[in-house]
Design a protein. Structure first.
Length: 153
């Protein structure tokens, strides 16, 4: 028992001295890196835009649009070929809508179905043995998403 008492007494006497001892401050923690915003989508160079416009035959990308997804398939599901493409554009929704409405009219597509709500439009189209679907959605903040799909027999 006596050894415990000695240890306790020693600790009681040493604590004030330890408390007064100069302590080194901890090293400063590294400050978090400043947040970096992702760059806004940039238009592809003109030569790339031209090449990209040919992915879905007869359906050019809206000028300055940036590729999101593209898909191409060979024969399947009764179609000889199908293409699908999604792009985003920094443009007013109404201008993008008019761009594609003009293409539908000038390229001889017939509207089979039309659904329109504020900031959204979808056309289902046919021309000969081809079927197409065009969707334009206003995503806010000046961004419009355009999805074009075409299937040929």
């Amino acid at each position: 028992m006596r050894s415990w008492a000695v240890i306790a007494l020693t600790l009681l006497l040493a604590l004030p001295a330890l408390a007064c001892a100069r302590q080194e401050p901890p090293p400063p923690s590294p400050s978090p890196a400043p947040a970096v915003e992702a760059p806004a989508p940039q238009a592809a160079p003109a030569e790339s835009r031209t090449a990209l416009a040919e992915v879905v035959p007869g359906w050019p990308d809206y000028p300055g649009a940036v590729l999101v997804v593209t898909e191409e398939k060979g024969p399947g599901d009764g179609w000889s070929h199908s293409w699908k493409r999604k792009v985003k554009a920094n443009a007013p929704w109404q201008e993008v809508r008019q761009f594609y409405a003009d293409r539908i009219a000038t390229d001889g597509w017939q509207v089979q179905k039309l659904e329109e709500k504020p900031g959204e439009i979808e056309w289902e189209l046919v021309k000969g043995a081809s079927w197409a679907n065009v969707e334009i959605d206003d995503k806010g903040f000046g961004t419009v998403e355009i999805e074009v799909e075409r299937r040929d027999r």
